[in-house]
Design a protein around this ligand. Sequence first.
Ligand SMILES: Cc1ncc(COP(=O)(O)O)c(C=O)c1O
Length: 401
Amino acid sequence: MAQEFSRRNLLFGMGAAAAAAATASPALAYPQRLLAGLDGKAAATTTVDGVILLSRNENAYGPFASVQDAMRQSLGRANRYTFPPDYAALIDRISRLHGVQQNQIVIGAGSTEILRMAAEAFTAPGKRLVTGHPTFEAMGAYAARRGAEVTTVPLTATYAHDLDAMLGAARAGNGGLIYICNPNNPTGSLTPASDLAAFARQVPSGYVLLIDEAYHHFANGLPGYAASEPSDSVMIARTFSKVYGMAGIRLGYAVATPERARQMSKWQLDNNVNAVASQCGSVAMDDKTATQEATRRIVADRDEFLRQAKTRNIDVIPSYTNFAMMNAGRPARQVIDYFARNKIQIGRPFPPMDTHVRVSFGTPEEMKRFWRAWDQMKTARLASSSENAIAAAAYQWDGSC
Ligand SMILES: Cc1ncc(COP(=O)(O)O)c(C=O)c1O
């Protein structure tokens, strides 16, 4: 099941013929560069079966060298359930970073598990989730599964969350959860810090606000962004999948008040975090030099991406993340299929932004291939608009970022 799911994600975006051909091939070749990375240092998986992955907002450079060393060591603990001292040290490390008590931290198998716990704890039939649109879909999916009413509020013209409309939608409901992704996935945009802080003070009673800061490091220090503070009505979610390059290790956390943390952790799976994650999360956070370097490199990649887009007069939403959303001027599905045929996987469709595509930043080499393919798109045969309409109609969120 898990394998089928990941193959589906990998093939996502390929045209039907390309997908069928790939499905018929034997199991995906194991990525050579990953093997090199575990033997030596710093090499990371960027391609699988020759496909460049610019689709899931991962970190193309992989975990820090210090973390890779720790990973090798932690494998020796794989015969044990999560090693309690590592887990406690990780909680301590995170609580010190945020200047809070240890009982204000909830650890998850990725921040996805944090979102899931929040949906379980704070939504229910008769309760409401208020969320932006488009935004990261996981929270909406989990709240819907819980039987809550999901109210989506379109982003503003500048791709910020429409806080007034969200407040109105919350007041019209009967309590539950408000979800704000800042910076937002898939648009890469900010909801201004001062507006968000004012909003956080007005959260209607019966609601909890979860602010998802998955892309914090790439916005930190830029005007208009500030990390949020936990309060009785505000919780924060963070992940190790982005700047730390640990998406496959599955580690994330929430910062909340002790009471909110307790309510969430009732829904936490026992032993939810594996031995590698619980040891290596602390090592990643402690490696400040590598964290700064990883941030600097991705910010440089973003600057270069925006420069390339500008020379081509492409309309890009200002990005505060490790990806950018841009207007391709033609149906997104056609562009996604075109890139898939060229062995480059870009982000999935994000209705209602039907001509926008989301591109995660890869290594400079990969981005050269991306731009070369982009330039050749002008003369390529793209799927007809009727093929495109069929594919768009069939679109359903598949659980990916
Ligand atoms: C906004 C946002 N939140 C959460 C996640 C899930 O991340 P994790 O790997 O920590 O589960 C993603 C993944 O890209 C994301 O974009």
